[in-house]
Ligand binder design. Structure first.
Ligand SMILES: O=C(O)CCC(=O)C(=O)O
Length: 276
C-alpha cells in the first residue's frame, strides 16, 4: 500500500509514485497499490486518456521492477466523457485490466462535506477482477467500498483480495472507513486493502489517510492501521500472501454453504409469521 501526498505537480506526483513502486519492489512486494487520484489534484483539468502519460510511467515502473501495479486512479478522458479509472499493470508492463469507478461519490452534508462526483464524471459499468500467481483480486475505488453487493459478487467469483484505491475525507473517513473495510473482509472472507493519499491539512480536500489492509479472519485481524495519517509511507501489511489462508477461514466459518441454504428459502413462496 502506498500512501503518498499528492501535490500540484503532475510530473512530480508520477515520479513519486514510480519511486514508491521501486521501493516496494526492493522490499520484496509483488503487488503495489497506489491511492485514488494519485497523479494530480481532483478534477478534469488534469484528465488524460488511458493509455497515456501516467499509465505509461506506471507500465515502465511495473516492468522495471517486475511487480503488479494497481494504479490508484486517474481522471480518464475517454472520448467526450470523463471517468475515475484504475489501470492495472502486470509485471511485464502490460495493462492487464482497467476499472472505471461505478459508484460515484455524491454527498451533501452542509457545513461539513458537499461533493458531487457525478456532476463531472460518468460511472463505469463493469466489474474488474484479475488473476495473479498469488490470488485473484477484485478492484473498486473508494466509495465503491460502501456497496456490500459489489464485494460479495467479487468474493462469489473467487476473489481472495479486494483492493480499493481511495481518498476518504476527514468527515467520513474517521467514522466509517475502518469499519467498512473490516465488515467487507468479514462478510466475504477476503482480504481488503485500501490505499489513501497522505493527509495534507493544507489541501482543499483533506484526505483521512490511514491506508490499511485487513484480513478475513476476526480472530487474528491483521490490519495495518497506519497511525501516521500524514506520513508518506510504503507499507507491507503481510509478509506473504498465504494462498491457503482464505480457504482455511472459509472451512472454519462456512458462510458460503449457509448462504446457499438461505437462498433456497428465498426461492420458496413466502410464508410470513408475525404477531403484528
Ligand atoms: O464514502 C465516503 O465517505 C468517501 C468516498 C470518497 O471520498 C470517494 O469515493 O472519493
Amino acid at each position: 500500500m502506498v500512501q503518498m501526498a499528492v501535490g500540484m505537480s503532475k510530473p512530480g506526483n508520477i515520479a513519486k509514485a514510480v519511486s514508491f513502486i521501486k521501493e516496494a519492489s526492493s522490499a520484496g512486494a509483488q503487488i503495489v497499490t497506489l491511492p485514488e487520484c494519485f497523479n494530480a489534484p481532483y478534477g478534469t483539468k488534469y484528465a488524460e486518456p488511458i493509455p497515456g502519460p501516467s499509465t505509461q510511467a506506471l507500465s515502465e515502473a511495473a516492468k522495471n521492477n517486475c511487480i503488479y501495479v494497481v494504479g490508484g486512479s486517474i481522471i480518464e478522458k475517454d472520448g467526450t466523457k470523463f471517468y475515475n479509472t484504475c489501470a492495472i499493470l502486470g509485471p511485464n508492463g502490460e495493462m492487464i485490466a482497467k476499472y472505471k469507478k461505478i459508484h460515484l461519490f455524491d454527498i451533501n452534508m452542509p457545513g461539513k462535506l458537499t461533493f458531487k462526483e457525478s456532476d463531472i464524471l460518468s460511472p463505469g459499468n463493469e466489474f474488474t477482477m484479475f488473476k495473479t500467481p498469488f490470488c485473484t483480486i477484485g478492484v473498486g475505488i473508494c466509495y465503491d467500498m460502501r456497496f456490500a453487493e459489489m464485494a460479495q459478487i467479487y468474493a462469489n467469483k473467487g476473489c481472495q483480495l479486494l483492493l480499493y484505491p481511495s481518498e476518504f475525507s476527514m468527515t467520513t473517513g474517521s467514522k466509517h472507513l475502518l469499519l467498512l473495510q473490516r465488515v467487507r473482509a468479514l462478510d466475504n472472507q477476503v482480504f481488503v486493502g485500501m490505499a489513501s493519499p497522505a493527509r495534507d491539512t493544507e489541501d482543499t480536500y483533506v484526505a483521512w489517510g490511514h491506508s490499511c489492509v485487513v484480513n478475513p479472519c476476526l480472530s487474528s485481524l491483521n490490519d495495518f492501521w497506519m497511525d501516521t495519517a500524514c506520513f508518506e509511507i510504503f507499507s507491507y501489511p503481510w509478509l506473504e500472501f498465504d494462498g491457503v489462508f482464505t480457504p482455511k477461514v472459509m472451512e472454519a466459518y462456512p458462510l458460503t454453504a449457509v448462504r446457499q441454504n438461505v437462498k433456497k428459502l428465498i426461492k420458496r413462496p413466502a410464508s410470513v409469521h408475525t404477531n403484528l
